[in-house]
Design a protein around this ligand. Structure first.
Ligand code: GLC
Ligand code: CA
Length: 546
């Protein structure tokens, strides 16, 4: 297996809107990130991934780009971004940006032109049809919107303010490649490619076979993993990535594990790695849609573990993957896979041990390193996320059960992971001097960086130890095989092994005590304070043994 810096990297994901506000307008910004570089550095991470910072009307918090070549005013200026890149690099930290190539904002000049007339030179930059099909948008409601000006419908797999780009059209692809090269020439270290598995659609746009509660159908098999996906990825590689020492990670919903090697296999020259999502839907749904499904879906650690094994065996012999337990699109990991009440510290640190002993490039989402939990807002007015708000509106329009809808939002809304970073127990958790754009999670009084810093038992210090441990033992932990030993009754035991160098990891993902009588020469990590190996495992205990 070829060794690369991006395989060994631990990536810290920053959601700029919620990280740190430097000017009191209640919105996190680039200067705020600059203020916190030491914090990022002390964590021991290698790479920062920034969610989109381009100019945007913010219908989907920056994932609706109206100008790829300038920085969103809320976040600062291009000079601020340049300064952030230089300052991170000085500390030896790399930076990757979020590349949204599947769609733009409906305020992008290309779309403003495109909707003008059927013979506008930009018409084919987007997907226009006389008649819509029955696809449901991933953000609820139909995936097509009628535009009066020209009497046709345009496609938007996400919100109606996010029209899909038409990759079939060569001039559009050329513009995108130029833009990608502009950013790479600036010296950034790579990209996370948003919704990249959606860029090629089935040429006939067939209706989905079955329709659901809203009269719409799941068209994912027709708009994900389409027939020209590999052609386009390869072209993107040839035109932009080839010859550069960068990392690329694609968000690849809808590409089955059996096919993933065709994207990440080294000889394919497409992407370095992907984010797979099956494990992130384990408690949410069977079909990739988030809402309108009973929660929680029954799941087990055995199932979660078998998903991980399946994906890891699918990338043989020379592909690579990433691994993560949270990001800006999912509720907080400690609330889903741990216990965010009585055992918050224990379960958050156990999840950290799990995360940082998995194969693949590891991604940590801001706030998880201090054990931030779901905000569970109970008033629809407190929600900001377009997906959540759209869902609530749909239920309301259709006369559905609004109480049940609110319960779903509390558990599944993306806003759970988007509340401001909790720096201190003081005003607004030290996030802003002003009024935050989204409410804080009231937990900040007990869960914050200031209280955890220097306390060896804290979630934060455990993350630091584990990141350092992953670096020290990178042969087994980064490059080693994943060996499942037991995944029964809540007792999880697996090993990572590389040419005889082996670590064993033992987790108790439950709030019960479990008998334990294995012998090891040394304990490299324990999330409880114990000088010797215990004879039973405490709730959410995690051990790394040699
Ligand atoms: C990706 C992003 C998500 C965004 C969507 C549309 O899934 O991670 O936040 O809403 O794409 O761009
Ligand atoms: Ca600000």
């Amino acid at each position: 297996m070829k060794k690369n810096w991006w395989k060994e990297a631990v990536v810290y994901q920053i959601y700029p809107r919620s990280f740190k506000d430097s000017n009191g307008d209640g919105i996190g910004d680039i200067r705020g990130i600059i203020e916190k570089i030491d914090y990022i550095c002390e964590l021991g991470v290698d790479v920062v991934w920034l969610n989109p910072v381009y100019k945007s009307p913010n219908v989907d918090n920056g994932y609706d780009i109206s100008d790829y070549l300038s920085v969103m005013q809320d976040f600062g200026t291009m000079e601020d971004l340049d300064e952030l890149i230089v300052k991170l690099h000085k500390k030896g930290i790399k930076i990757i940006l979020d590349l949204v190539l599947n769609h733009t904002s409906d305020k992008h000049p290309w779309f403003l032109q495109s909707r003008q007339s059927v013979d506008n030179p930009y018409r084919n930059y987007y997907v226009w049809r006389d008649r819509p099909n029955n696809w449901r948008s991933l953000f609820e409601g139909p995936a097509w919107t009628y535009d009066e000006q020209t009497g046709q419908y345009y496609l938007h797999i996400f919100a109606k303010e996010q029209p899909d780009l038409n990759w079939e059209h060569k001039p559009l692809r050329e513009e995108l490649y130029n833009m990608v090269n502009f950013w790479l020439d600036k010296g950034i270290d790579g990209f996370r490619l948003d919704a990249i598995s959606l860029i090629s659609k089935h040429p006939d746009f067939p209706d989905a076979e079955e329709t659901g509660w809203d009269g719409l159908g799941n068209g994912t098999r027709y708009f994900m993993n389409g027939p020209r996906l590999h052609t386009y990825l390869r072209e993107l590689y040839d035109r932009c990535f080839d010859g550069r020492d960068i990392m690329t990670v694609g968000e690849c919903a809808g590409v089955p594990a059996e096919e993933i090697i065709n994207i990440v296999g080294q000889s394919r020259k497409e992407l370095n790695m992907v984010f797979y999502m099956d494990h992130m839907f384990v408690d949410i749904s069977d079909d990739g849609y988030r809402f309108g499904r009973p929660y929680p879906r029954q799941w087990s650690w055995k199932e979660l573990f078998s998903i991980i094994k399946q994906w890891n065996s699918a990338i043989a012999p020379d592909g690579w993957l990433s691994f993560y337990l949270g990001n800006h699109d999912f509720p907080r990991c400690v609330s889903r896979f741990g216990n965010d009440g009585e055992f918050l510290r224990e379960s958050a640190t156990m999840l950290a041990a799990f995360l940082l002993t998995m194969p693949g490039t590891i991604y940590i989402y801001q706030g998880d390193e201090i054990g931030m939990s779901n905000a569970r807002f109970s008033d629809i007015e407190d929600y900001r996320d377009i997906e959540s708000i759209n869902y609530y509106k749909q239920v309301k329009e259709k006369g559905g059960d609004l109480y049940a809808a609110m319960e779903e939002l509390k558990n599944k809304s993306r806003d759970n992971a988007r509340t401001p970073m909790q720096w201190t127990a003081g005003k607004n958790a030290g996030f802003t001097e002003g009024k935050p754009w989204i409410n804080l999670n009231p937990s900040y009084k007990d869960i914050n960086v200031a209280m955890q810093k220097g306390n060896p038992l804290s979630v934060l210090e455990n993350y630091r130890r584990l990141i350092a441990l992953r670096k020290r033992h990178k042969n087994p932990l980064v490059y080693g095989r994943l060996i499942e030993i037991s995944c029964e009754d809540g007792f999880i035991h697996y090993a990572r092994e590389y040419e005889g160098d082996r670590l064993d990891i033992i987790l108790n993902p439950s709030d019960k005590k479990i008998a334990f009588d294995l012998n090891y020469s040394s304990v490299l990590y324990n999330n409880y304070e114990q000088s010797e190996l215990p004879s039973f495992l405490s709730p959410y205990q995690a051990l790394i043994l040699q």
